[in-house]
Design a protein. Sequence first.
Length: 139
Amino acid sequence: MIGKAGVVLCGLLVAAGVASQTRAESSYDISGQWTCNYGKVRTIPVVTPGNWSITVIQSGAEITLTDETGRRSRGSLSYPDVISATDWKYGAKGYLGINVDGTFIRYSEAIERFNIGSEQRWNFIRWDSGALCVNPALR
């Protein structure tokens, strides 16, 4: 049998998990203009040919994505680094991360490998279609 202290401890752990997920979803805003391309994207000279722009609007965990033609899709940001949008043209899933020497590193992997803190600005999205997007304003 679990004692009273065990029940309290379990309750605190659940509350901490819920609070950390809610905090991650609402404290980091990825709203803005994102520049995208397949495989590689550069926004500083020499700019990658074929770049296009998308717009992301975030309200809490809810995301609205607008592609380069004005078509909108709704989705959500789930802790810690996954964007889900079932009807998004660039893929049902996107992953937040950073660029390290030209390689996309996903948020959860970057935390583990590079001991990066939660205040890091996650300025890259890799969509499951292979599209890579960067938001230079979040650097």
